[in-house]
Design a protein around this ligand. Structure first.
Ligand code: UDP
Ligand code: MG
Length: 312
């Protein structure tokens, strides 16, 4: 092993990817072979696959010692599999790239990512310049997702999924975010390290099927929003205020009706109590929500800061 060369590990989460893994390995090895100034590793994370994925990883490891693998005891989800891979690769890697097993993301830009990393970027995001290969449905729902996230005030990189390069210190910082509801695309920009982007056209899945059906995607989006944004709670509070203002409007209208002697028996008391009570209840929930939200942010134990440079 050449000590001077930085070690680049490519972390690949795999859930039932036996069909595509051999092709993936060939292509990733080709990319690594193309980069003479780094020492490459591939780390497969078997995320509780039910097919032959883990056996195949074992065989690939026997064929080439640059190929490593860990196997999670149960299916823990894409984000947790990524975290497991990052935590495992961090001690022996200088840089880590995460990429999906189906290679929908263009693996050849890893070389550009590495160049940007050598120029001092701790994080390099892979950004999809075109999604022409995705189905209309996937494309539209994904765009809606990014817009919704932005509107909810969650800082994410537009059109970036989990294809990115991170330096060891960025991964070290990331591992200090111990939250269970992992939404890496929200946490990584929070780290604050210098970052850059490379663009690529997203390709079609090479083999097998998407492991992200609509239900899982919606769950993922909801996780992302509720892990980073208090906007939903604020919305409840504002709704309560709107209800109270409506009650005030109705009260004024009641006075007008009384003045014109056009009253309907029971109307004012009914309407006023409905709007007033609903408003009070919503404001109450909103206030409780603010406190629960604060507790929620506290229990995450997120680091308050990350140190970038030192002159000690
Ligand atoms: N994946 C995983 N665990 C899961 C679901 C998916 O490790 O529970 C992996 C999967 O093997 C793939 C990546 O996450 O490498 C992205 O999944 P997929 O390509 O199916 O998602 P899509 O590209 O359709 O959004
Ligand atoms: Mg995919």
């Amino acid at each position: 092993m050449d000590k001077d060369k930085p070690i680049l590990a490519i972390v690949v989460p795999c859930y039932n990817e036996a069909e595509v893994l051999r092709q993936t390995t060939e292509r990733l090895l080709a990319v690594l072979g193309d980069m003479e100034d780094v020492e490459g590793r591939i780390l497969y994370v078997n995320d509780g696959s039910e097919d032959a994925t883990w056996d195949l990883i074992g065989r690939l490891h026997a064929e080439d010692k640059r190929i490593l693998g860990i196997s999670l005891a149960a299916n823990s989800g894409h984000q947790s599999a990524l975290m497991a891979g990052l935590a495992t690769a961090m001690p022996f890697s200088d840089f880590i790239v995460t990429i999906d097993a189906d290679l929908q993301d263009d693996e050849t830009v890893i070389k550009d990512m590495m160049q940007l990393a050598m120029k001092g970027n701790d994080i390099v995001y892979g950004v999809r310049s075109s999604r022409a290969s995705d189905t209309w449905f996937k494309r539209t729902t994904a765009q809606m997702f990014y817009r919704l996230m932005a509107w909810m005030g969650v800082k994410t990189v537009y059109n970036h999924a989990d294809f990115r390069l991170m330096s060891r210190r960025a991964v070290q910082a990331l591992l200090c975010y111990e939250e269970r509801n992992l939404f890496l695309r929200g946490i990584v920009p929070m780290l604050g390290y210098r970052s850059s982007q490379v663009e690529y056209a997203r390709k079609k899945r090479r083999a097998g099927e998407s492991k992200y059906p609509l239900g899982k995607m919606v769950g993922f989006a909801f996780d992302g929003i509720t892990s980073f944004s208090m906007k939903l709670v604020h919305m409840v509070l504002w709704m309560g205020i709107v209800f109270l203002l409506t009650a005030l409007g109705i009260a004024l209208w009641v006075f007008v009706c009384i003045a014109q002697q056009k009253t309907i028996t029971g109307w004012a008391s009914l309407m006023l109590s409905v709007w007033l009570c609903s408003g009070c209840v919503l404001i109450g929930i909103g206030i409780v929500g603010e406190y629960v939200g604060k507790i929620y942010m506290e229990v995450k134990h997120r680091p308050r800061y990350n140190i970038k440079d030192e002159r000690l």
